[in-house]
Ligand binder design. Sequence first.
Ligand SMILES: C[S@@+](CC[C@H](N)C(=O)[O-])C[C@H]1O[C@@H](n2cnc3c(N)ncnc32)[C@H](O)[C@@H]1O
Length: 185
Amino acid sequence: MSRRTKGRVTRPTGVELYNRLEKEVHDRLVSFLDGKGPILEIGCGDCRHADRLARSLKTRVVGIDISKEKFPVGRGRHCAECIQTDAESVSVVLNEKFAGAVARFVVHELKHPKLVLREVFKVLKGRALVVLADPVKGSTAEQLHNEKYYTVGQMTGFLRWAGFQDVECELLGEGNLAFVLGRKR
Ligand SMILES: C[S@@+](CC[C@H](N)C(=O)[O-])C[C@H]1O[C@@H](n2cnc3c(N)ncnc32)[C@H](O)[C@@H]1O
């Protein structure tokens, strides 16, 4: 991920690294979730990523967030449905079953990540895939945003605790971001 400036090889800044990672994460999500639907996005924020996923996957995407502060106003050109709810009670609020779930840059913000993932497990169909994409402990993002992140061991542990199997993790962006997958059997 180094770049060459006037003959010198420099490392990307944190912001450059995460801008590049956004595209890499999106492309990977699309390749893993292609052909699956509907998809649940946990902690969808302003819903822009949920919309982008809906367009790329050509499927229904439901985004949930504990706060609707950043939700788009009016339907406009938005394709994803965004619902304000605490992910800790998603199985009570939604009575739809999903073929995949995504939490992008969210796990570190959850008060009870294990409980959220257990709830997500309940609203997934059999064979569904869950994907967590989050900066890892000690990553560049820790200094950039002054936040605390989990280790890969903790994130894979949360998924196993919640009931997911075939849990695996790939490190992206020079080891800064964990892309963790699990499957509901
Ligand atoms: C860093 S933002 C990421 C937003 C979006 N996923 C993205 O990649 O642009 C984390 C989001 O998680 C949401 N969040 C935190 N705890 C939550 C919970 N218990 N249930 C639902 N959303 C939650 C926050 O409100 C925030 O919008």
